[in-house]
Design a protein around this ligand. Structure first.
Ligand SMILES: [Zn+2]
Length: 352
């Protein structure tokens, strides 16, 4: 069966798939749980898909929504086990214009998901479905609700309309209010193996074997990252430039470091991806400093890794992993990005 793997910020590539799966690489356990719920007519009011950035949480939420609304099964009145991808309902969900699938996410120019967005959700949830058998709300990055929005959302969770299904995604369940967590069915999602990603890239995205191996290693278990790297040629070049800058920073003055902090803090999306890269780099340094260079993710930069690991050793490298994790946590808690990055810059060891 050929179909389009539609764009939900991840991929827009058609590929062949087995008819009994959801056209998603990996995550079999999570899909199986959702299929069991559909089969047993035990679909809950709210699910939370959690796991690291770029592993496919939003993609899974969209495919679940599509399956819940698909009318191409044996009985058009009942949700099938997998989406048919050809019925009108499926096509509408795939093209992002199904009137009963609502997407809520933090606006690009805002720090949070706002209470107004949750109020809109509530009025949409209160009315009857327009076409489908369910009213589905996908809340991307649910941990990005501000306190007002989260408290307002809680009311929807406490008194759910019968046909409403709320699909939340978050990097870490711990970032949500306990009162929200206790009312959602958690679906933890895990990193894929490097082999799973390399195989999928070669088979479904027609990537040459050597490049597939490199991208799969760099993806560190995140299929969405791998697909982005395939589709965006700039991404790998950008990654190399960021890592080289990081290396240069260890020899830079405090003034130069603060300049970089200022530049980075201007772009919140970029800060996140740069910190992801840096974290992987320093984790690799810990491995390299412990004579495990063969386990490192940055396979094409092992020469530089080894050199840096010899300079800084395992202690400093481990300290940097902690410092970057702390910075990420500060940013999640909406500490001023520039301040958080300046602190990190001071933590960065100096090459002697
Ligand atoms: Zn369908």
């Amino acid at each position: 069966m050929d179909y389009i793997c539609y764009d939900v910020g991840m991929s827009d590539t058609s590929f062949e798939t087995k008819p009994n799966d959801w056209g998603i690489v990996g995550h079999e356990q999570a899909i199986h749980r959702l299929q069991l719920a559909i089969a047993g007519q035990r679909v809950r009011h709210a699910y939370l898909f959690s796991g690291p950035e770029h592993i496919g949480k939003t993609l899974l939420a969209h495919h679940f929504a599509q399956t819940l609304l698909c009318t191409g099964g044996a009985d058009p009145e009942v949700a099938p086990q997998y989406p048919c991808n050809v019925c009108l309902s499926c096509r509408k969900v795939m093209h992002g214009n199904h009137p009963d699938v609502h997407i809520i996410a933090r606006p690009a120019d805002k720090q949070f998901i706002l209470i107004e967005q949750i109020r809109t959700l509530q009025s949409d949830a209160a009315r009857k479905t327009l076409e489908g058998r369910r009213n589905v709300f996908i809340i991307e990055g649910a941990h990005e609700m501000n306190a007002q929005a989260a408290n307002c959302f809680l009311k929807t969770l406490e008194e759910p309309e019968p046909d409403v299904v709320l699909l939340l995604t978050a990097t870490d369940p711990g970032l949500l209010l306990p009162t929200i967590l206790s009312r959602v069915q958690q679906v933890p999602m895990h990193l894929l193996t490097t082999a799973q990603i390399a195989t999928a890239l070669a088979e479904h995205w027609q990537v040459e074997a050597e490049e597939a191996t490199l991208i799969a290693a760099l993806a560190a278990g995140r299929m969405g990252w791998a697909v982005k790297a395939v589709e965006d040629e700039e991404m790998l070049a950008e990654r190399k430039a960021q890592l080289e800058m990081l290396t240069r920073l260890t020899a830079a003055s405090r003034v130069e470091r603060f300049e970089v902090a200022q530049q980075l803090s201007a772009d919140s999306e970029k800060v996140r991806s740069v910190l992801d890269l840096w974290l992987l780099w320093w984790r690799d340094m810990v491995l390299a400093a412990n004579n495990s260079l063969d386990l490192t993710v940055n396979v094409d930069m092992r020469g530089l890794l080894q050199k840096q690991a010899a300079t800084f050793g395992p202690g400093e490298s481990r300290r940097m992993v902690q410092a970057i994790l702390r910075t990420m946590e500060m940013l999640e808690q909406n500490v001023n990005a520039r301040v958080a990055l300046e602190v990190l810059m001071l933590d960065l060891p100096a090459a002697r």
